[in-house]
Write a protein that binds this ligand. Structure first.
Ligand code: SF4
Length: 156
């Protein structure tokens, strides 16, 4: 029998804390779900997704319109790092960072798995093209009316 050892990809062998900056950035699948406003029930602490998009989200592509300088324009944008992984509870369950943190494999449509940088949207797992409204047009009091389930259902 001919046995060939298959190398495991780096995201399966490295801890999040061991990744280089480039590796860390490449983990983001570009789904854009973290750019939707979430609200939390004060009693149950359950987190709900809304269809209200961050002012910098390009709703057609699902990408940030100014990723490099996003915190300059949106000061409360969470820049995920090893130092704030507790914020992962605000990320969707299919977020690559959250999945690796929870010791789950990347999903089949992740660009690192497919080798296709657009595979998240090709598989219909991102927010691109979904009906959304800008946070500039919605007051805090109206957020409850914008709760939607599709960001959690939309996993490709
Ligand atoms: S939810 Fe996670 S994988 Fe999706 S865009 Fe945000 S950081 Fe990237």
């Amino acid at each position: 029998m001919n046995v060939r050892k298959v190398a495991q990809p780096w995201w399966e062998t490295k801890q999040l804390s061991e990744m280089t900056q480039d590796e860390w950035e490449s983990l983001c699948d570009g789904c854009g779900k973290c750019c939707l406003v979430k609200i939390q029930d004060a009693q149950t602490e359950r987190i709900y997704f809304t269809d209200v998009a961050c002012t910098l989200l390009d709703c057609n592509t699902g990408r940030c319109k100014n990723y490099a300088n996003r915190q300059q324009y949106v000061p409360d944008c969470v820049k995920l790092s090893n130092d704030n992984l507790e914020d992962l509870e605000w990320m969707p369950p299919d977020c690559a960072y959250r999945r690796l943190y929870e010791h789950k494999p990347l999903l089949a449509w992740h660009p690192l798995v497919t080798g296709n940088p657009n595979s998240t949207n090709d598989y219909g797992a991102g927010v691109a093209g979904m009906p959304m409204v800008s946070e500039e047009d919605v007051s805090d009091d109206e957020l409850e009316d914008h709760v939607v389930t599709w960001p959690l259902d939309r996993v490709g």
